[in-house]
Design a protein around this ligand. Structure first.
Ligand SMILES: C[S@@+](CC[C@H](N)C(=O)[O-])C[C@H]1O[C@@H](n2cnc3c(N)ncnc32)[C@H](O)[C@@H]1O
Length: 205
């Protein structure tokens, strides 16, 4: 029996997340404590959450009094995710948008957050270029991603083209460090949480 590849990652991603927008999906929340801890040392006026989903992390940020006056923006490629965030009445500006083509001016944000979304981006170079472009110099990007042991990572990447969820590639830490460094985003710290996630902090030089 021949199993066919499932075609376009972007349309698969949009269809999948439009379908699950009413439910909590995956284990993104496992990054939240680390990201909030790391945010404490950063002077922040404007935050962009890339692939903001149902706006759950932005809700967490707003629970902290110190961020009450910060401007927060969420973009997501799934209309239903953005609709859900707006319907929840979260205090932030939400837009349907693509991390590969971010509709903001250069050096606009102090902090970018991208939790469990980057592995859907097929045009990796373009998205990282965009992430770097809209970040201020000395600004911070916090990335939350899936992390797997080498062999499992290799096997999963072989299977992803046959899936329907739009997952494009799971990266090793070394790959991420090198991809982001190409766009002046330097790895400052990383934290592994058992069994399968890693959180990374990059700074724009
Ligand atoms: C697993 S969810 C994580 C949601 C959120 N970050 C959280 O912490 O709950 C991944 C999100 O990334 C979004 N996404 C995937 N590819 C995208 C792209 N190219 N541009 C913007 N959002 C994208 C999906 O629509 C989905 O809502």
């Amino acid at each position: 029996m021949k199993i066919n590849k499932c075609g376009n990652y972007k349309s698969n991603t949009i269809n999948f997340f439009n379908r699950v927008a009413e439910k909590n999906h995956g284990d993104s929340y496992k990054h939240y404590k680390t990201v909030l801890d790391w945010m404490k040392g950063i002077k922040i006026e404007k935050i962009l959450d890339l692939g903001s989903g149902r706006g759950s992390f932005i809700e967490k940020i707003r629970e902290n009094y110190e961020y009450k006056d910060v401007d927060i923006y969420g973009i997501d490629i799934s209309e239903n995710m953005i609709k859900k965030s707006i319907d929840k009445g979260i205090n932030a500006k939400f837009f349907v948008g693509d991390s590969e083509n971010i509709k903001f001016e250069d050096e606009y944000f102090d902090l970018e957050i991208c939790i469990n979304s980057f592995h859907h981006y097929e045009n990796t170079e373009k998205s990282v270029k965009e992430m770097s472009r809209v970040l201020k110099k000395d600004g911070v990007l916090i990335l939350g991603e899936i992390y797997l042991p080498k062999i499992l990572n290799f096997l999963i990447n072989k299977l992803l083209p046959y899936g329907t969820t739009g997952d494009y590639k799971i990266y090793s830490s070394e790959e991420l460090e090198s991809i982001f460094k190409n766009e002046n985003l330097y790895l400052e710290k990383q934290k592994y949480t058992f069994p399968s996630i890693k959180t990374y902090m990059f700074r724009k030089k």
